[in-house]
Ligand binder design. Structure first.
Ligand code: FAQ
Length: 355
């Protein structure tokens, strides 16, 4: 039993969260084979056809008509997700030069590079909705689009890298596995690939914590301190409680979201309790206990006022994260200019050959 190999919350063959990703991939293939309801004839009601495709659990594709609010919701969510991957490189990037061994450094480098890749898949998925990556980046830099609250907390010790892998990537996968079945095709397909990689990320975090918690008393204390600081912010990643979630009802009706914020948060808690036991670490919640009636753990909710403050820009590291992102964007201007100049040169060359 190791990291997300833990069987518990699954409903899919193969076991574990990865089994659910495989099942979602298989469902995507089967849906493509089944084919969609016949396309709308000229003059047909486009909304009715859209509803029919969603009801048949088929995918909406970029060429399809879609309600403007569906398109906007997807842009908001996918962009926020993409920005999170890119900003999320900062807290761990902070430890690349201080990883305790060459092996740990190589693993962390690979993981942080994966996050950049996830950002790129997601920006590409958002671009299919008629907005450019440049526009999305501008919206982030202008503070008009968000990124996940979790990346506004500092990484104070090496154990934080383990806690991010286990808890933050763990929460990310629990949230993202259902997105593999999202009704928008490009997002669902991107999520399958992202989840497979996130699964490795979660395991590497779990392994770091396992090593520390079975090391010296000081190492174990460092691991416990990291869990104490990252537990509640990780629970808050799932968003406000269902009663305060403005988008959930509509996003679930459109099958963008498949489960509510609270349902996924509960799933995550249930998964972590047994994993923490194997790690020999304690989740910092004195009220955490099994509820026989609910067949789930009772737990203390995160501080949602804190979540709102962090989302609005007032977390421990919001300013630092955005300052860094703006600087990195400005420093990368020459790369974008060089890539554009090269693309123009290639296009001119192709035109010359074709003439
Ligand atoms: N942080 O009505 P809801 C990762 C906002 S990737 C910031 O419930 P919704 C990988 C929400 O946008 C982590 N804002 O919203 C990694 C909305 O704002 P608006 C990112 C939040 O969309 C690991 C308002 O509150 N994952 O970690 C947060 O239905 C390690 C009302 O909320 C994704 O983005 C929050 N935590 O549900 C990388 C997954 N929660 O626009 C590096 C995709 C809520 O109305 C290292 N996203 N808000 O002003 C989702 O699944 C959803 O967007 C939720 C929120 C569940 C996050």
């Amino acid at each position: 039993m190791y990291g997300n190999d833990f069987p518990g919350t699954d409903d899919a063959p193969g076991g574990g969260l990865l089994g659910q990703v495989e099942a979602a991939e298989e469902a995507l293939r089967r849906a493509a084979e089944r084919g969609r309801p016949d396309g709308p004839a000229p003059g047909d009601d486009l909304q009715a056809y859209f509803d029919e495709v969603i009801a048949a659990d088929q995918k909406i594709e970029p060429r399809d008509w879609m309600p403007e609010a569906y398109r906007k919701t997807l842009i908001r969510q996918i962009a926020q997700h993409a920005h999170s991957e890119i900003i999320g490189m900062q807290p761990e990037g902070n430890w690349i030069s201080r990883a305790p061994s060459l092996k740990r450094k190589a693993i962390l480098l690979a993981k942080v590079q994966d996050e950049a890749g996830h950002g790129l898949y997601l920006y590409a998925a958002a671009e299919t909705l008629g907005i450019t990556r440049d526009e999305l980046v501008e919206l982030l830099l202008a503070g008009r689009q968000k990124y996940s609250s979790i990346f506004n907390y500092p990484t104070l010790s090496w154990a934080d890298v383990g806690a991010i892998g286990w808890l933050v990537d763990g929460a990310a996968i629990v949230n993202q596995v259902p997105l593999c079945r999202c009704s928008y095709g490009p997002y669902a397909r991107a999520m399958i690939r992202v989840c497979k990689e996130e699964s490795f990320h979660q395991r590497q975090g779990y392994e770091i914590l396992h090593t520390l918690s079975h090391g010296t008393p000081a190492q174990k204390a460092m691991a416990q301190d990291a869990i104490d600081r990252w537990w509640y912010p990780s629970l808050a990643m799932f968003g406000p409680p269902d009663g305060d979630s403005t988008h959930s009802a509509q996003s679930m009706a459109w099958k963008i979201k498949r489960f509510s914020n609270d349902e996924l948060r509960q799933r995550f808690v249930d998964m972590c309790v047994q994993q923490a036991e194997i790690l020999g670490l304690t989740l910092p919640d004195p009220d955490l206990r099994w509820n026989e009636d609910r067949q789930a753990y009772d737990y203390t909710q995160p501080d949602y006022d804190e979540l709102m403050r962090v989302i609005k820009g007032d977390g421990p590291c919001n300013r630092e994260r955005m300052t860094h992102r703006r600087r990195a964007h400005a420093d990368g201007a020459w790369v974008r200019e060089a890539a554009a100049a090269y693309a123009a040169k290639r296009a001119a060359e192709r035109e010359r050959v074709a003439a």
